[in-house]
Design a protein around this ligand. Structure first.
Ligand code: ZN
Length: 463
């Protein structure tokens, strides 16, 4: 039934091999073709070996009974021999290969610059999310499920697939990198996104446009219309009609917010103003806010070119007397446990409009007396304090020469309603300092997640 070194078995219907003992196949190549299905049953098991193994124990046809189920009739080996086709025809092979599970899984990623610059929103489920969720033993399963539900998962190749979220504006073109796993590329006729009226797709290999994902290493997606649904738009990639991947697209009409920024003068004689001027000017404030809020499809309009001043110099002696402002060998600082009193002092001098974001920048550390490093060394810097959802943000620029710009973005996101990633009041709660999210405590804040985009987008004073 085939050439030396090769076993080929063919059935037009279902192929069934039954043996009371073992079934042993020895060949360099074993090919089994059946139009319906193949069942091989051995009482001891079915073994496949190399031709070398065959030399030790030579199997013969007599060792097992060969039963073929063909046209609804069981046939013995001899009967089957008479009708068994010699070699598979082209049609038989095609029919068989369509039934064999194919391997085609398309994952998407983006260039680092997309994340670092906030070119568009890209939120892919964290690879180790199950370990990063902060929960209780009784709620863990449920919390994992809630997080997974954000990504509209489905099965690809028998494994869960989580389409990433992207955010995009009308007429914007975003570039996704394609990481593909193909069983065999030449088995596929067409691997491509499903058509969608709101989007156009171009598949690129370098600078050359190609016809489908099979050839491409990038896909360029252009948005043509908004969709206000918080569920966004799920678009699948099909490999010859079978699910092979997808993206979730969030594309509501962008919104805007106005922002005014202030320097708080504590020391007098424009000392704080001068120091803050050196750390932050309109250009870098504008850039840091834009890259943080663009993924949430929010434009920020800064209404004053240079910071306005809120002068609380006259309150300085009282603040010192009441233990709100303090001095140590290395720091002049705000006592962290009294920061509400500090905020009250600022608010007495300046009433913030409630339909804009107000950013107060303070050139003073915020520390806990007696905490490690009050006099230098290791200490916990409070980078700001912003009551959630009030539109008011306090940014501490303290004694550092360089601006911790992502901390300012963090404070403004608080002011617009976002919680810390590790807060039990957040939509999903993670262990702290484990992500690079803007709302985590870390030094490398760079992204936000889709449910945060949606939350920011519902901030009540957006235009
Ligand atoms: Zn915070």
């Amino acid at each position: 039934m085939g050439k030396k070194g090769q076993i080929i078995k063919i059935a037009k219907g279902t192929m069934t091999d039954i043996a009371t003992g073992d079934i042993n196949y020895y060949a360099k190549n074993i090919n089994t073709y059946a139009a319906i299905s193949v069942n091989e049953t051995g009482k001891q098991g079915v073994f496949f070996g190399s031709p070398e193994a065959a030399a030790i124990e030579k199997p013969t046809l007599e060792k097992f009974e060969f039963v073929v189920f063909e046209n609804n009739v069981f046939k013995t080996t001899k009967e089957a021999d008479a009708t068994r086709p010699e070699m598979p025809s082209i049609n038989d092979i095609t029919a068989e290969e369509e039934e064999k599970p194919k391997k085609c899984r398309i994952e998407f990623s983006v260039a680092n610059s997309v994340i670092n610059n906030g070119t568009f929103g890209f939120d892919k489920i964290l690879p180790n999310y199950k370990n990063l969720i902060k929960s209780t033993p009784q709620n863990l399963e449920n919390d994992i499920q809630n997080l997974e539900n954000e990504y509209n998962s489905f099965d690809v190749e028998g494994e869960k697939y989580f389409p990433p979220w992207v955010s995009i504006r009308v007429n914007q073109t975003i570039v996704l990198k394609i990481d593909d796993t193909f069983h065999r590329k030449d088995e596929y006729q067409n691997v491509a996104f499903e058509d969608h009226i709101d989007f156009s797709f171009r598949y690129m290999k370098g600078s050359r446009e190609v016809t489908d994902i099979l050839e491409a290493n990038e896909v360029h997606i252009t948005c043509k219309a908004n969709n206000e649904s918080p569920n966004g738009t799920l678009i699948k990639v099909k490999a010859d009609g079978v699910d092979a991947g997808a993206i979730n697209i969030w594309h509501p009409a962008p919104k805007a917010i106005n922002l005014q920024w202030y320097f708080v003068e504590i020391s007098g004689n424009e000392k704080d103003q001068d120091a803050l001027d050196d750390k932050l000017e309109l250009g870098n404030l504008s850039r840091l806010l834009e890259k943080g809020l663009n993924p949430a499809l929010i434009d920020i309009n800064i209404t004053n070119n240079t910071a306005n001043i809120v002068d609380i110099t006259a309150e300085n002696p009282r603040l010192k007397r009441e233990g709100i402002l303090k001095s140590s060998t290395n720091h002049k600082y705000i006592e962290s446990n009294r920061k509400e009193d500090f905020v009250a002092t600022v608010r007495n001098k300046h009433v913030a409009q409630n339909n804009i974001i107000t950013l107060y920048l303070v050139n003073r550390s915020c520390l806990v007396t007696g905490d490690m490093g009050e006099d230098g060394g290791q200490f916990n810097v409070v980078a700001g304090f912003s009551p959630t959802g009030t539109g008011i943000a306090y940014g501490i620029l303290d004694d550092k020469k360089s601006l911790q710009d992502t901390a300012v973005m963090h404070e403004i996101m608080h002011a617009m309603g976002l919680r810390h990633t590790f807060s039990s009041l957040a939509i999903h709660t993670f262990k702290d300092k484990k992500t690079k999210n803007y709302m985590d405590y870390n030094r490398t804040k760079k992204y936000t997640w889709k449910w945060q985009w949606a939350r920011l987008h519902t901030y009540q004073h957006l235009l």
